[in-house]
Design a protein around this ligand. Structure first.
Ligand SMILES: *Cc1c(COP(=O)(O)O)cnc(C)c1O
Length: 385
């Protein structure tokens, strides 16, 4: 599609970055299952030299994801963590990063276990009040890494307020937009420099691919991050790129259903006598509801809750008693999942650390899928009963 920027989201999801195959007219982007490309003369090629650097199926996907985020450039990686790794490799020993205290467990693990030993310092702080960030800015600070909504306690961080602080202090702001997906939130428009996605989740949407992506407007950042991709090699294959292109074609429809199912389940849990704390940004009494309303189009299908007076054993028992929800890590697929963060997704965070941010033993997290709402509600009812 030529100049997809003038079209709306659903049209972009289906067409952006993609053209009918010029040799056959095939409407779907072919899976270019090749590692290399024949050259006419040394260095004279059709823009493709070796497939670690570039693959046409991947390029179509990169352009599609960039269009959905309203960005100029997209780069896909072999996983969400691969894309995070590339962003941190923009830094040098001695540099400092300011990030949140309620991060995806794998990000926390990478920052503390992989990059701190290389001499990069991470400040894990409460970002709910953006002004708090400035207390940690010094001449070594290079990057603000934020995630919103946070995982699993659904804090909402004000992207625009953080972007102002980043601009003022000449820092790069990278937003992990995995939980919202580009359908609900576009951080570049709010002043972020880089958007990161675990494509594995809502973008792929069918729990059949692991992939990551970065989107940015700045040409120099794009050049640096692409150089890291090509040098370090965390590139996804063409088959996975094809599957994600296909998944994205229904992103807007899936997200509508994730949101409407999520809302009904959140409302059901709110009045349930066994539920203690309930985390979902769509409630008007959620502490950051106003910011969620300002920066998100809707509130999504991610919901966390704690069970009243439940031991670890009680919680395990409950988590294993669902019939439609499956007990599994990950999120954002068409099927509903339930997860026990303390022992599953967030097990790599020390107990004292995670409990500070609400990841207690009685906390469960739902990724509400797009099944029929009556079946999901009935499943919750029987499991809680
Ligand atoms: C899953 C996830 C990641 C990591 O992505 P992978 O594709 O699993 O490597 C990063 N951030 C968030 C918020 C996630 O949910």
């Amino acid at each position: 599609m030529k100049d997809s920027s003038k079209y709306k989201f659903g049209t972009k999801a289906i067409h952006a970055g993609q053209e009918p195959d010029p040799t056959t007219g095939a409407i779907m982007t072919p899976i270019y299952q090749t590692s290399t490309y024949v050259q006419e003369a040394p260095g004279k090629n059709k823009g493709y030299g070796y497939a670690r650097g570039k693959n046409p199926t991947r390029v179509a996907l990169e352009n599609c994801i960039a269009a959905l985020e309203g960005g100029k450039h997209g780069i896909c990686f072999s996983s969400g963590m691969g894309s995070t790794d590339a962003v941190i490799k923009l830094l040098r020993p001695g540099d400092e990063v300011i990030t949140g205290d309620d991060l995806y467990g794998g990000s926390y693990r990478m920052f503390t276990k992989i990059f701190e030993p290389f001499g990069i310092k991470f400040h894990f702080i409460n970002m709910l009040d953006a002004a708090n960030i400035e207390k940690y800015v010094n001449e070594k600070t290079k990057l603000i890494w934020l995630e919103t909504p946070t995982n699993p306690t659904m804090q909402i961080i004000d992207i625009e307020a953080c972007a102002k602080i980043a601009k003022k202090n000449n820092l790069i702001l990278c937003v992990d937009n995995t939980f919202a997906s580009p359908y609900l939130q576009n951080p570049l428009a709010l002043g972020a420099d880089i958007v990161m996605h675990s494509v594995t989740k809502y973008l792929g949407g069918h729990s059949d691919v692991v992939m990551g992506a970065l989107v940015m407007n700045d040409d120099k950042l794009h050049e640096q991050l692409y150089f890291i991709l090509n040098s370090c090699g965390a590139n996804p294959g063409p088959m996975d790129s094809f599957l994600v292109l296909r998944g994205i074609k229904t992103l807007h429809i899936r997200m509508e259903r994730h949101c409407s199912n999520g809302k009904k389940i959140a409302e059901f849990l709110k009045t349930h006598p066994k539920i203690d704390k309930l985390y979902w940004p769509g409630f008007t009494d959620h502490p950051n509801h106003a910011i969620a309303k300002k920066q998100m189009k809707d509130f999504g299908g991610m919901i966390s809750f704690t069970i009243k007076n439940a031991s670890l054993e009680d919680t395990f028992k409950l988590a294993s008693s669902f019939k439609v929800f499956s007990l599994a890590e990950s999120l954002g697929g068409v099927e509903s999942l339930i997860n026990h963060p303390a022992t599953m997704t967030h097990a790599s965070i020390p107990k004292a650390e995670r409990e500070k941010s609400g990841v207690v033993d009685s906390l469960l997290r739902l990724s509400v899928g797009i099944e029929d709402i009556e079946d999901l509600l009935a499943d919750l009812k029987q499991a809680l009963g």
